[in-house]
Write a protein that binds this ligand. Structure first.
Ligand code: 13P
Ligand code: SF4
Length: 360
């Protein structure tokens, strides 16, 4: 493999993969939805199971997770929640890397997912053989990988990060004088570089959803909504990030909706997040930031087809059949756990310091 650099971006030919089309939205009546939720409630109880959902999944599923004592969260909190909850089965509604992370951290628990085909373009664009060779070619670099990767890639890394904690971890490593190899999301990597001033070697992966947001069309939308705050997930292109009032993880964007006084928000991330945003600020109005197209808001372009594979029907089915179990060998899990645990310990320590400084 030849590796050349344009700036710090590695020129590597990534594998091609197919992005599925969005599944049709359900046609259930509210009564049928309630019956389905009731069935899942009973199954969760019978099987000592808990539902852990990401903010991008179907709104009914997010609501049920919270109503039944589970959680709806970003990928960092989803990982942490499973380790602290006493349930023996975790039903992880999200994409595959989220189920794998739960299994890695809870090898003794059963982890089920509504659909095992729900993957992520970042994970697909960072296969272990290619990645491992790249790391081998740069032995003096500390390998930092985004959580949106396979168990094998995590096992090959020194640190796992999510968008919620990438900045302080990279700052911490740079203070120790470490050179950083970052994978797989180039846009998030570029954002981290700019915010920390730390030059990194970037894997050229990207999120097929966030990459679609367009700066020019966003500017036009901002002119039509001068009172709106612009919230952007850092997996978006730099030109879009540059227009943001707030850049951050899904949790940070929800927090911004709570904190900012604006009556309107233009949001550059997956619109599944609106379920929680509307819950925390029912009086406010939300718009999906425009994706490819002449200033048009094309909602389907901003939807993650893999996240959309999760549904109440599939949650009920996997609980009834016990299928779609995530399996990670204990040896692989032990290796992959090290960099994930490093991140969780770092997050815990950081929270402790924040609390102490608030008290003092
Ligand atoms: P968060 O960690 O911010 O939840 O993001 C996960 C993700 O897949 C964003 O596309
Ligand atoms: Fe992956 Fe992008 Fe979907 Fe998040 S939105 S799961 S990064 S493809």
């Amino acid at each position: 493999m030849t590796t050349t650099f344009s700036g710090q971006l590695a020129s590597i030919r990534l594998p091609t993969f197919t992005v599925p089309s969005l599944p049709p939205s359900h046609t259930r009546s509210p009564q049928e939805t309630n019956r389905l939720k009731e069935r899942i409630r009973r199954l969760l109880q019978e099987q000592n199971a808990v539902l852990v959902a990401h903010y991008y999944t179907d709104g009914d599923l997010q609501d049920l997770a919270e109503e039944t004592g589970g959680c709806v969260a970003d990928s960092l909190e989803m990982a942490r929640f499973g380790t602290e909850h006493p349930a023996s089965t975790l039903v992880v509604a999200g994409v595959r890397f989220m189920g794998e992370t739960s299994k890695i951290l809870n090898n003794e628990k059963r982890v089920l997912m509504p659909d095992l085909a729900a993957t992520c373009s970042l994970d697909e664009g960072c296969p272990i053989d290619l990645f491992s060779r790249f790391c081998d070619e740069h032995p003096d670099y500390t390998v930092v990988v985004y959580a949106n990767t396979s168990a094998e890639v995590k096992a090959r890394s020194d640190w796992v990060v999510t968008s919620g904690i990438a900045l302080p971890i990279v700052r911490h490593l740079a203070e120790r004088g470490e050179k950083i190899l970052w994978a797989p999301d180039q846009h998030l990597g570029r954002y981290v570089q700019r915010m920390t001033g730390v030059e990194m070697l970037l894997w050229p992966g990207s999120c097929v959803v966030h990459e679609e947001f367009r700066a020019e069309a966003l500017e036009q939308m901002m002119q039509r909504h001068p009172g709106a705050a612009v919230l952007v997930h850092p997996e978006s292109p730099q030109t879009v990030v540059d227009l943001a009032d707030v850049v951050g993880s899904t949790t940070a964007l929800i927090q911004a909706v709570r904190d900012l006084p604006n009556p309107e928000f233009i949001v550059a991330t997956e619109p599944g997040i609106f379920n929680k945003m509307k819950q925390v600020a029912p009086e406010k109005t939300f718009f999906v930031a425009p994706t490819a197209g002449e200033g048009a808001t094309c909602e389907s372009c901003a939807r993650c087809a893999w996240m959309a594979m999760n549904s109440l029907e599939k949650v009920a089915e996997v609980l009834e059949s016990g299928t779609n179990e995530i399996l990670v060998s204990p040896q692989l899990a032990a290796k992959a756990r090290v960099p994930i645990q490093r991140m969780l310990d770092f997050a815990k320590e950081m929270k402790k310091k924040e609390q102490t400084s608030k008290k003092g």
